[in-house]
Design a protein around this ligand. Structure first.
Ligand SMILES: Nc1ncnc2c1ncn2[C@@H]1O[C@H](COP(=O)(O)OP(=O)(O)O)[C@@H](O)[C@H]1O
Ligand SMILES: [Mg+2]
Length: 306
């Protein structure tokens, strides 16, 4: 999709005009721009969405309906939340929405690459805040659908406190009304990898995977599969569905070397929680994943122990 050039003016459905400044991000189905709102006289962020809409403008209307119906589920979602939209452009089969512009933030990938850049306490606090936001979405039966490090921005304030922002809210849907998006790579729940719909349960898996990586710096399947293997359908079937040879095999009393390496640094209560999330029962959908209250309690207790 050819992008907008600098200086292009777009009129939104509310009558306001935005002027394209710079492109600040790109994904598979969208580009992100810094824009100047000529009527409000302030900078904003605009997301130009294409891709999945190409053959189906009805999806655009469906998305607008979802945005209108769902109130911002939690303050952490506010910054990624659409404030106004353009009309659907039939020629390019795309549309634009604007939101507040975030500046001076990084995404969570840096912390995953180097978890020691923050204390374990700070990382647990991030997990707690995300779980709280996830719970508010869940209470409204909203599936976020894309818990992964690139969609969470963070910044350390001068006081040392960490601020979080959840972006990329346009994939949100009400449970049972998925908009056709399938999340990201190895953060997807096994049932989603195998072609199933996203649900409140699959969101829990994705958030647990993200939290685990923030705490340990690794994916729960690291070491078992290589990077490229994880996402191939053959391996998904092999490891998640047909032969569940999970890293969590090995008895409670004698954890395997792999398990020790991965969990050794975590407080015991978190070791138990994450073992449960990535146990055969939860991965294969035979057991419910521990909910956000259990998640919160375990992380709060861990916080007190360190
Ligand atoms: N509100 C915002 N303010 C500043 N930058 C943003 C904002 N929303 C998104 N971005 C930037 O654009 C990138 C892609 O945005 P995202 O909504 O996640 O798109 P995609 O759907 O392609 O994943 C983000 O990683 C971030 O760098
Ligand atoms: Mg994204």
């Amino acid at each position: 999709m050819p992008g907008f050039s600098k200086g292009t003016v777009i009129r939104l459905l509310n009558g306001e005009r935005i002027c394209i400044m710079d492109r600040i991000g790109s994904g598979a189905t969208a580009d992100i721009y810094k824009v100047f709102n000529m009527d409000r006289k302030c900078y904003q962020c605009a997301k130009h969405l294409y891709g999945e809409y190409s053959n189906d403008p009805e999806k655009y209307y469906e998305k607008l309906r979802v945005f209108i119906k769902m109130n911002r589920p939690h303050e952490l979602f506010v910054w990624g939340y659409p404030e106004a939209c353009s009309a659907f452009d039939k020629k390019t089969k795309s549309f634009v929405y604007v939101m507040e512009l975030l500046e001076g933030f990084d995404d969570l990938r840096g912390i995953i690459r180097n978890p020691e850049m923050l204390s374990l306490k700070s990382r647990i606090q991030i997990c707690l805040n995300l779980a709280e936001a996830a719970k508010s979405a869940q209470d409204r039966r909203l599936v976020y659908g894309d818990w992964q490090p690139k969609n969470i921005l963070w910044k350390k304030n001068t006081s040392g406190e960490i601020s979080l922002r959840i972006i990329d809210t346009d994939g949100m849907s009400f449970q049972g009304h998925q908009l056709g998006l399938a999340g990201t790579g190895k953060y997807r729940a096994p049932e989603v990898m195998a072609g199933g719909a996203q649900t409140l349960q699959s969101d829990i898996h994705s958030l647990a995977t993200l939290a685990f990586r923030l705490l340990c710096g690794r994916h729960p399947l690291d070491g078992k599969l290589t990077r490229s293997e994880v996402e191939s359908p053959v391996n998904i079937m092999k490891y998640y569905c047909k032969q569940p040879l999970f890293i969590f095999d090995g008895s409670e009393n004698q954890p395997s070397e792999l398990v020790r390496k991965r969990f050794g640094s975590l407080p015991r209560i978190l070791q138990l929680l994450y073992r449960k999330y990535f146990s055969r029962g939860c991965l294969l959908g035979r057991e419910e994943r521990p909910d956000y209250s259990v998640f919160r309690n375990a992380h709060e207790q861990a916080m007190k122990q360190i």
